[in-house]
Design a binder for this molecule. Structure first.
Ligand code: FAD
Ligand code: SF4
Length: 335
């Protein structure tokens, strides 16, 4: 049995208190292996990673008891505000999410297991660490194989001649929120800022989430969608009952009399960040979607996806799945 290391747990009662406590630890960086303090919401990723000694914080600042982070408010003119602490189960089952943003409910429902969805939050999902077969292992395994660049060594075991880490972005809600054009509110001791979800991520498998040290993600805002929007999320995983994605496709499009007026396509789990497909989107906009057009868009998805050999499934399989699931997602939107 893997045990948790010793750590101090502080349950913050407000965002300000969480920021103050994180600020006490100079140099504390979320998910940095050397972090002295880490935020924790549901703990469904933090705690398993601590058991594997991937995260080794001395202090955990808990966000569960912060009322400001809870609740959802929908306004037909403004859209939907979701507190970062809202559990995934609530998102998956809320009638207003299912009605107005169905792809978000589909993605939330496809994450882990019912018990973990009860604990896991959307904020924690958006800030999820990237994953790799050489990283998400016990301390014993990683030491025996020799550590990798993401933790403990100078060399990436997947691409020893590469310059970075290629661990994959695996958070299922992120591509969907990007497809909806969502933004997030980020609180820091200097004040709040709003950023598009798309800008939260970049091409760095070691520090995949662009949050400054100690910042707290507090809210997610989905814009109000005009009539005619449809959306879906297709996820490929090894175990159908629960598993991280090894290929995901978020698709959202608006139709006016069967002509597509707006389209968004975002791949997940094929690189270090969710991957928008502007070329495929441009192809679909202004068109009546025929099987040939859908096939051409799926072909662009295939060409754009360049996964590394660091999750389950071969590279060739994951690329073929990307093509098939893009086709399937687009067919669902026109069905
Ligand atoms: C068996 C298993 C299967 C899983 N399958 C999936 C899956 O299929 N898809 C998937 O997406 N995830 C999966 N997960 C991962 C996880 O359960 C979810 O991503 C969940 O949403 C994480 O939320 P949490 O609140 O538990 O995050 P936590 O574990 O509490 O935190 C995760 C990260 O986010 C940071 N964080 C949390 N809240 C905030 C905040 N408000 N502001 C700033 N930083 C914050 C933490 O510091 C940490 O770095 C799985 C986990 C397990 C154990
Ligand atoms: S991609 Fe390379 S550096 Fe990144 S976690 Fe995997 S082996 Fe480590």
């Amino acid at each position: 049995m893997m045990r948790l290391p010793k750590f101090e747990y502080r349950a913050a009662r407000s965002v300000a208190e969480a920021l103050d406590w994180m600020g006490e630890f100079s140099g504390a960086v979320d998910k940095d292996p050397s972090a002295r303090a880490m935020l924790m919401a549901g703990g469904t990723d933090v705690l398993p990673n601590m058991k594997q000694r991937i995260f080794t914080p001395q202090v955990i600042v808990g966000l569960r008891a912060i009322p400001e982070l809870r609740g959802m408010v929908y306004d037909p003119a403004q859209g939907l505000r979701i507190g970062a602490g809202v559990p995934l189960n609530e998102l998956a089952t809320a009638p207003l999410v299912r009605e107005h943003y169905p792809a978000l409910a589909i993605a939330a429902e496809a994450i882990s297991t019912p018990q973990l969805r009860e604990m896991g939050t959307i904020g924690g999902n958006l800030c999820l660490d990237t994953r790799c077969n050489y990283y998400n292992q016990s301390e014993f395994w990683r030491k025996a194989r020799e550590y990798c660049l993401k933790k403990g060594s100078e060399i990436c075991r997947v691409a020893p001649n590469g310059t970075g880490c290629y661990a994959v972005s695996s958070c299922d809600t992120a591509p969907v929120l990007i497809a909806f054009g969502a933004t997030v509110r980020i609180a820091s001791r200097e004040g709040d800022r709003i950023a598009p979800v798309r800008d939260l991520y970049h091409d760095d498998g070691i520090h995949p989430v662009r949050l400054h040290a100690g910042e707290v993600l507090t809210d997610i805002y989905l814009p109000a969608l005009a009539d005619g929007w449809r959306s879906t999320y297709e996820k490929y995983r090894v175990r159908g009952s629960f598993d991280f994605p090894i290929a995901g496709v978020a698709a959202a499009a608006r139709f006016d009399d069967a002509i597509c007026t707006e389209a968004r396509l975002v791949l997940q789990a094929v690189t270090t960040h969710p991957l928008p497909l502007p070329e495929a989107e441009a192809l679909l906009i202004g068109q009546r979607w025929t099987p040939e057009l859908i096939e051409a868009a799926a072909g662009i998805a295939y060409k754009s996806a360049h996964p590394m050999d660091n999750t389950s499934g071969t590279i060739a399989l994951r690329r073929r799945i990307v093509k098939a699931y893009t086709r399937r997602a687009l067919e669902k939107l026109v069905a």
